[in-house]
Design a protein around this ligand. Structure first.
Ligand code: SAM
Length: 280
C-alpha cells in the first residue's frame, strides 16, 4: 500500500498523496511544518497539514499573485509581501527590474529556513540584495507603517485561521490602504471560489472596508482545495485589467509557465456562481 499523506478539508473532503518520504517534520511557535516527497507533485510543503506549495504546480500561484499587480501598477518600485515565507512570490517579483525594494514580513522564521533548504528555487530569492526579510506579524507591521509609503502590497497568507486570521480583517485592509500611495495596489489570496458563501462575503466585505475598487481573478491549482483559487486586487482608483503594461510583461513573459498575454486579462473572467459571490 505504501505511505499516503491525506489532507483533510473542513472535515468534509480529503485529498490523498502517495508519499515516498517525509523529508522534514517539526513544529514552530505557530504551526507544524512538514516537507513530504510525493509521487505525483514532487516535494510538498505542509503547514498544519495543509498543502501550501508543491514543486510541480507552485508556479501558478506565484506567477498570478505577482505579475498581474506589477503589470497593472503604473510604476511599482517599493513592494511589501505579507507572509510568503517560502520565497516564491519574491522570486517572481525580482524578475521586474523596475522593482527596487521588497520587504517581506513573515511571522515564522522556520518557514523561510525550511524553504531555503528544501525549495532553493524559491527560498534563495529571499537572499537577494533588493529583499529585506522581517520576521514578525504582518498585522502589526502594516499597522505601524507610515501613510503613503508603498506602491504594492501582496498578501501571500495562509488561510483565515490561526496566525493568518488577522490578515483577513477590516482593520488590516484599512492599514494596508493607509500604507499605500494613492495609486497603490493590494492583492491578497482570497480563498477558493468554492468556499462557503459566508467566508467569501466576509473577505469581500472586509476588503471593501479598506478599498473602494476591487477585482477578483481565478486560476486552476490542482493541489489547492477544490482545484480553483482566487486572488483579489484592491485599489483606491478603478482597476482596468486590459490596461496592463504590455512592455513590462514582455520583459518577463518568456520564462513564465502559466501567464501569457491572453491570460493576463482572461483570469478576470469569472464563472457566474463566483461573480455573484464577489459582486457587491
Ligand atoms: N506561497 C504559498 C503558496 O504557494 O500558496 C503559500 C503561502 S505562504 C507559505 C503563507 C505564509 O503566511 C506562511 O509562511 C505563514 O507562516 C505566513 N503567515 C501566516 N500568518 C501570518 C501573519 N499574521 N503575518 C505574517 N506571516 C503570516
Amino acid at each position: 500500500m505504501g505511505l499516503w499523506f491525506t489532507e483533510i478539508e473542513d472535515n468534509e473532503i480529503s485529498y490523498g498523496y502517495k508519499t515516498k518520504d517525509v523529508l522534514f517534520s517539526s513544529r514552530s511557535e505557530f504551526q507544524t511544518i512538514k516537507i513530504i516527497d510525493t509521487l505525483a507533485y514532487g516535494k510538498v510543503m505542509l503547514l498544519d497539514d495543509l498543502v501550501m506549495l508543491t514543486e510541480s504546480d507552485e508556479f501558478v500561484y506565484h506567477e498570478v499573485i505577482s505579475h498581474i499587480p506589477v503589470c497593472l501598477h503604473k510604476s511599482p518600485e517599493k513592494v511589501v509581501v505579507i507572509g510568503g515565507g517560502d520565497g516564491g512570490t519574491v522570486r517572481e517579483l525580482l524578475k521586474h527590474q523596475c522593482i527596487k525594494d521588497i520587504t517581506l514580513c513573515e511571522i515564522d522564521k522556520m518557514v523561510t529556513d525550511v524553504s531555503k533548504e528544501f525549495f532553493p528555487s524559491l527560498g534563495k530569492a529571499l537572499e537577494d540584495d533588493r529583499v529585506t526579510v522581517k520576521i514578525g506579524d504582518g498585522v502589526a507591521y502594516m499597522k505601524d507603517m507610515g501613510a503613503g509609503e508603498v506602491d504594492l502590497v501582496i498578501v501571500d497568507s495562509t488561510d483565515p485561521i490561526g496566525p493568518g486570521e488577522g490578515l483577513f480583517c477590516k482593520e488590516f485592509y484599512r492599514s494596508v490602504a493607509s500604507a499605500l500611495k494613492d495609486d497603490g495596489l493590494m492583492v491578497c489570496q482570497s480563498e477558493s471560489p468554492w468556499h462557503s458563501t459566508a467566508m467569501l462575503h466576509r473577505i469581500r466585505d472586509n476588503v471593501a472596508a479598506g478599498f473602494e475598487h476591487r477585482k477578483s481573478y481565478i486560476a486552476g491549482i490542482p493541489t489547492y482545495p477544490r482545484g480553483t483559487w482566487s486572488w483579489t486586487l484592491a485599489a483606491k482608483n478603478p482597476i482596468f485589467p486590459e490596461e496592463y503594461n504590455r512592455s513590462r510583461f514582455d520583459q518577463v513573459k518568456a520564462g513564465l509557465k502559466y501567464l501569457n498575454d491572453g491570460m493576463m486579462v482572461s483570469v478576470f473572467s469569472l464563472p457566474n456562481f463566483y461573480q455573484d459571490q464577489v459582486s457587491q
